[in-house]
Design a protein around this ligand. Structure first.
Ligand code: WTA
Length: 630
């Protein structure tokens, strides 16, 4: 069957591709029809569904109610402490209407920016949809990010309102969010209001005049709100992600093209049918939560599980218990989570009835064959197809995936471009590689959910994505095209790391390290890790005046990175070294550091300015006390 599926659809003519997307656009309700599918005259700045007008919030909620599905459950919310709440599409419509009215009362108008910093609770989805409804693009910041990271994002966007909560529940304990917002808002004078959802009930500081309780403002607002239609290219949201420099990039997504492609891919890739119960374990703070919890599934009118906590709270069977309880049919998670639950043992999922599962999804990093087989056999009863979906914050929607039932999934291969997507694997010169060869993954033609630019920096957008081979989008990933023409993802070829499916750049962590008073220089590499995929390993040179004998320095540096970026960025190991391996031109040879981090013999070091330096570094690393435990 596999050879009947086009592996690279670049054989589709331009006209066929545009016709395909025009057809997919009928999944969305337009207030005014588009007059042109794609305007690429100002490439690489795309306009999709030109002239069309729509409201993303209306498409995700109201139209399902109008179609008679008001009683259908939109979300089965499961809180970590065990509280549950099922929210119908009608209730969702009312909640979103109230939130939209409340934001309007606070003076928010179309084009204003809103930051959202919430746990995985229904209010996160409601806040996003309310923003979409009034045309105020949102930036959701993952709750694990620090006050500094939050402040940087609020400031870059000049956000007027921040929506947050007192905290959320994490591994059986309340975990505060509000202090980080207080700290960030103090530094961002543009923030006029902080809307606070009461989730944990823990005491919080209150800033009179700036802080407002969600239940006071949203809870008392009218549930009736008339959505306004916006241009297809109206900004929907900005999602920050790590690039190869220290400063995260604000990836801009707009309305029409994004909504069409997330709705289309959600329905086809997950083989979504009426009556299904879909569950994606991502956090709404990441692109996966935006596209495959909020906009894709809701545009399709799906019923979902929304879970606040971790897979091991209060016990290691929690995920499987939820699947059994709600009869989940599609389950979408990340390889790192699969490997973690796999490590806990087969007897844990075996205690639950998982026979409702029909399709399993994977995203975020390459899935290793062992985890793939375990996922299919233990969670999917040996029969559920695994859709290994490759995509990025920048692509907005899934780009490569085996369609269930169409392609015999090979463990570890994301397989083939989705219809209407022109994926290719090219060599250094930009020429397609033949089957059986490795190269760089590129997208040859624009696609509807593509990023439109980097917020405030068009030049960086062109330079980062479209300059390596003119006219071609370069994704930053290496790939192999196997003998059958199937695509295998080989990981990033730039300095972007992938830790538990979270993107971080080496430069970002390095700049956090050197911002510590004791650090003179830092080099960060990603070492392969059996659970998290990659782990951060840092090599630092201390300042001469720093107390090198301070036994707590490693712990202090890890904590410092946690404060600067967030706990996810804390290096697994920090080695204090006297030198870093550099070429004659001063470039750090990370390859050699990676060898050290992965405890291999170091490779060819002949291009180093000082070839003796590796021996000195190796000795320092070997002598490092308990770096891992620190
Ligand atoms: C990696 C997440 C292999 C890849 C949606 C990409 C994958 C980066 C896969 C984007 C996959 C994502 N197989 N690698 N199925 N999915 N990646 O922006 O390196 O957080 O460039 O988007 O994750 O990460 P991002």
């Amino acid at each position: 069957m596999t050879d009947t599926v086009p592996m690279i659809d670049s054989e589709l003519s331009e006209q066929e591709r545009l016709e395909y997307w025009a057809g997919e656009a009928t999944r969305v309700t337009w207030n005014a029809p588009f007059t042109e599918v794609l305007d690429w005259s100002d490439a690489p700045f795309a306009k999709w569904f030109v002239g069309g007008r729509l409201n993303a919030g209306y498409n995700c909620v109201d139209r399902h109610v109008e179609a008679g599905h008001g009683d259908r459950v939109a979300f089965h919310f499961v809180g970590e402490p065990g509280d549950t709440r099922s929210i119908s599409y009608r209730e969702l419509q009312q909640e979103v209407g109230r939130a939209a009215n409340a934001l309007t009362t606070l003076g928010v108008v179309a084009g204003d920016r809103i930051a959202i910093y919430l746990p995985m609770i229904p209010e996160a989805v409601v806040a996003m949809l309310a923003c979409a409804r009034i045309g105020a693009p949102h930036t959701v910041v993952f709750g694990g990010f620090s006050a500094d990271a939050l402040a940087a994002r609020i400031a870059d966007r000049d956000a007027k309102v921040v929506v947050t909560a007192d905290g959320g529940f994490r591994r059986g304990r309340p975990s505060a969010l509000k202090p980080a917002v207080d700290d960030a808002a103090d530094r961002c004078p543009g923030v006029e209001h902080v809307l606070v959802v009461r989730r944990t009930g823990e005491p919080i500081e209150w800033h009179e005049g700036r802080d407002l309780w969600w239940h006071d403002v949203v809870g008392t607002a009218s549930p009736v709100h008339a959505p306004e239609a916006f241009d297809s290219e109206h900004p929907l949201f900005i999602m920050y992600t790590s690039g190869t420099t220290g400063a995260p990039k604000g990836i801009l997504h707009t309305t029409g093209g994004y909504l069409v492609q997330v709705a289309s891919s959600f329905e086809t890739v997950f083989d979504h049918r009426p009556g299904d119960v879909y569950w994606c374990t991502a956090d709404v703070g990441w692109i996966t939560g935006h596209s495959y919890i909020v906009y894709g599934p809701l545009a399709a009118g799906a019923t979902q599980v929304l879970y606040e906590g971790t897979p091991d709270a209060p016990h290691r069977g929690r995920w499987w218990e939820i699947i059994a309880q709600y009869g989940v049919t599609q389950f979408y998670t990340a390889p790192t989570a699969i490997r973690t639950t796999m490590k806990w043992g087969d007897d844990i999922p075996a205690a639950y009835d998982l026979t409702s599962i029909r399709v399993l999804g994977s995203v975020g990093e390459p899935i290793n064959p062992e985890a793939h087989r375990w996922y299919r056999d233990t969670i999917g009863g040996g029969t559920a197809p695994i859709v290994d979906t490759w995509w990025q914050t920048e692509t907005g929607a899934q780009m490569i995936a085996p369609l269930p039932g169409m392609v015999d999934a090979k463990p570890g291969a994301a397989t083939a471009a989705l219809p209407g997507i022109a994926i290719d694997v090219v060599d250094d010169s930009g020429a397609s590689v033949p089957n059986g060869h490795d190269g760089y993954l590129v997208v040859r033609e624009p696609w509807p959910a593509m990023l439109r630019t980097i917020w405030g920096d068009d030049a960086r957008y062109v330079e980062t994505y479209w300059s390596r081979w003119p006219g071609v989008y370069f994704a930053g990933d290496g790939a192999r095209r196997d003998e059958d023409g199937h695509i295998w993802l080989l990981g990033r070829v730039d300095d972007v790391m992938n830790v538990s499916g979270h993107r971080l750049s080496t430069a970002e962590v390095e700049s956090a390290l050197v911002s510590h008073a004791a650090v003179a220089e830092a080099a960060v590499v990603a070492a392969s890790d059996p659970t998290s995929g990659q782990a951060i390993v840092a090599f630092v040179i201390l300042r001469e005046d720093a107390d090198a004998a301070n036994p707590g320095i490693v712990a202090e540096l890890r904590a410092h990175v946690g404060r600067e970026i967030g706990a996810i960025a804390k290096p697994r190991e920090v080695f204090v070294v006297p030198e870093l391996p550099k070429t004659r031109s001063g470039k750090i040879m990370r390859r050699l550091l990676r060898d050290l981090a992965e405890q291999r013999e170091t490779g060819d070091a002949t291009t180093l300015a000082d070839t003796a330096v590796m021996a000195v570094i190796t000795a320092a690393v070997a002598g490092a006390p308990d770096a891992k435990e620190a």
